[in-house]
Design a protein. Structure first.
Length: 325
């Protein structure tokens, strides 16, 4: 019988074998539990957890951490084309001009021609006549950003510049933020629609419809903000106030002629007659009352002496005649 010369090595080998077997059994048990948990989570997941996971996925997609669908990727790249312009900035420009011109209609027509010739348009125009002597016009023009300075020079040179104010507001951060939120919201809406297609329970469908309606409304609001920003950063706004000098209407009054004197005299005559008529009308009630009182006084005065005259002689005759004997 042959004995083992190295009993310590045999013990180490047996312990290693037992340890390896235990580790293998543990790994098998963990893999089985993981598979069971995954299957149970897939079968028992509700719509709210799926929506929150979709939100995280949409945020990662907007940040560039995950890949998006081909349609979504094409839409976001099309929207971000303006951000990739060499300028890299989005500015809202506005200006207000007040110009004194000889003829407001001619200056307004020239302003319209300048705006339309630069590729812009007339947003609003208001013209009024002041004191029947001169006109004033208020015009709002929308012109491309590239033609903004040239149009301002043309409008300011149309006459005497009374005032000019201009401002520029950088909204690049706001444009980028709105574009990012739109991409995120679109991805979220698309994923909610996919969940609706897979939903089987009526309660899940109702909850998903309400969530979809809310997110669609938010998306439409963001799209409206983006459209407004695009319009204001693409076209600058110029407000033009045109007026005529007040002294132009008085130039012909320096040398008045016969017709001017005749017109002035007639105006004074008519004014006098008008004031006389007003005075007579105001005094008419008093004059009528005085005439009535005067007429009554005369009537009374004429009747009273006529009654007293016959009585006086009778009394005198009777007093002077002696009584008969």
């Amino acid at each position: 019988m042959q004995t083992d010369r190295h009993p310590g090595r045999s013990a180490v080998r047996r312990s290693r074998t037992i340890l390896a077997a235990g580790l293998l059994a543990g790994l098998l048990a963990l893999s089985g539990c993981g598979a069971g948990d995954t299957a149970s989570d897939a079968s028992s997941g509700d719509s709210k957890k799926a929506i929150s996971a979709d939100e995280r996925g949409a945020a990662d997609a907007a940040a560039g951490k995950t890949a998006q669908d081909p349609q979504e990727t094409g839409g976001s790249s099309a929207e971000k084309k303006p951000d990739a312009l060499p300028a890299g900035t989005h500015v809202i420009r506005t200006a207000t001009l007040s110009v004194e011109v000889k003829s407001v209609p001619k200056a307004a027509a020239a302003a319209r021609s300048v705006a339309e010739g630069s590729g812009g348009l007339v947003a609003r125009e208001e013209t009024e006549r002041v004191d029947d002597t001169h006109e004033m016009s208020h015009i709002v023009l929308r012109v491309p950003q590239s033609e903004y300075d040239a149009v301002l020079r043309d409008l300011a040179g149309a006459g005497k510049l009374l005032s000019r104010t201009s401002s520029a507001k950088d909204v690049t951060d706001q444009v980028v933020d709105v574009a990012s939120r739109i991409a995120t919201q679109r991805a979220s809406v698309a994923r909610v629609r996919k969940l609706m297609d897979r939903a089987e329970k009526l309660t899940d469908v109702v909850a998903l419809e309400g969530e979809l309606s809310s997110r669609q409304a938010s998306l439409e609001s963001l799209l409206a903000q983006q459209e407004s920003l695009k319009d204001r950063t693409t076209l600058a706004t110029i407000t033009l106030d045109l007026s005529e000098p007040e002294t132009m209407a008085k130039d012909g009054d320096d040398d008045p002629g016969f017709l001017d004197a005749l017109g002035g005299g007639w105006h004074a005559f008519v004014t006098m007659l008008r004031w006389l008529a007003m005075a007579v009308g105001a005094a008419a009630p008093f004059l009528a009352t005085a005439a009535v009182l005067l007429l009554l006084w005369r009537l009374l005065q004429g009747r009273l002496p006529g009654r007293r005259a016959p009585r006086a002689p009778e009394r005198s005759e009777s007093s002077s005649t002696p009584p008969a004997s």
